[in-house]
Design a binder for this molecule. Structure first.
Ligand code: SF4
Length: 260
């Protein structure tokens, strides 16, 4: 375990901190957005957090972040580290989470689920809960999430190299559930890239034995996306979205929140 003074010597690229948020897991939480993501969702609403660097990101020490968290006490239950993809910073987050837990606060990660489980095991141990994205199943994900050169976030015209770890997020979900580390699973419902029903089947297959886990089904919208008109053209109708939610309930996903 690292003494707090060591946190002065570890630096991370911070996008921003929101002192209080009630949409990032249970209760009021301090939300910390780190810079950099390992995938490139076309519908991303924080696209400025995707590159490893951004003019608005600042390099800060973990001691600085801990101090900012302390300013939000006693009004928060914990912190949620988001991104970008927070697990990219897995080594640095371990000592931060250890210190935050000493304050009696819980530590959540808001993750896209694409990480090497074994590599980040130490971080998983000190994480209370994950807010966990499932991006879909099948080859359409190559264009939806893995065209890393597509900085404009437009519909990809070129063939994207198929990453070998495309089903990694479902596999990681299956490993985290028995550890009691999942608070909610989220799926952004978008047309044209993956089979939504097959994806819900895959989620139900691993989640239905954990009724305490929330399934959040979110209808995509274009606001904030790099190519708003394109994403808007891929929005399912409210009826299509509700029908998918009904299907999810029918196959055992009872604890469900539908966002239209
Ligand atoms: S996982 Fe997707 S939506 Fe989340 S920050 Fe990365 S690119 Fe954006």
């Amino acid at each position: 375990m690292l003494p707090e003074s060591k946190l002065e010597e570890i630096y991370v690229k911070l996008h921003r901190i929101i002192p209080f948020s009630n949409v990032e897991g249970q209760g009021n939480r301090c939300s910390i957005f780190l810079q950099g993501c390992n995938i490139n969702c076309l519908y991303c609403h924080n696209p400025e957090t995707i590159p490893a660097d951004d003019e608005h990101a600042k390099v800060v020490s973990l001691a600085y972040i801990l101090n900012e968290i302390k300013k939000s006490m006693p009004f928060i239950r914990g912190i949620t580290v988001s991104g970008g993809e927070p697990t990219l910073h897995y080594k640095k987050l371990v000592p931060l989470f250890i210190e935050v837990r000493k304050l009696g606060l819980t530590c959540y990660l808001d993750s896209n689920g694409f990480f090497d489980f074994e590599k980040i095991k130490e971080l998983i141990e000190v994480t209370d809960k994950f807010l966990f994205d499932i991006k879909g199943v099948g080859r359409g994900l190559e264009h939806l999430c893995f065209d890393l050169k597509n900085v404009k976030g437009e519909e990809s015209k070129n063939e994207v190299e198929k990453p070998s770890y495309m089903s990694q997020n479902i596999e990681n979900l299956g490993k985290l559930l028995p550890l009691g580390k999942i608070e909610e699973v989220r799926l952004v419902h978008i047309k044209g890239f993956y089979d939504a029903y097959k994806t819900v089947d895959a989620i139900a297959c691993v989640v239905k034995d954990y009724p305490e886990v929330l399934f959040k089904l979110i209808r995509v919208h274009g606001k904030g996306a790099r190519d708003e008109a394109f994403i808007t053209s891929k929005m399912p109708s409210v009826q299509e979205h509700e029908a998918l939610a009904e299907y999810a309930k029918g196959i055992g996903l009872q604890h469900i929140v539908v966002i239209n």
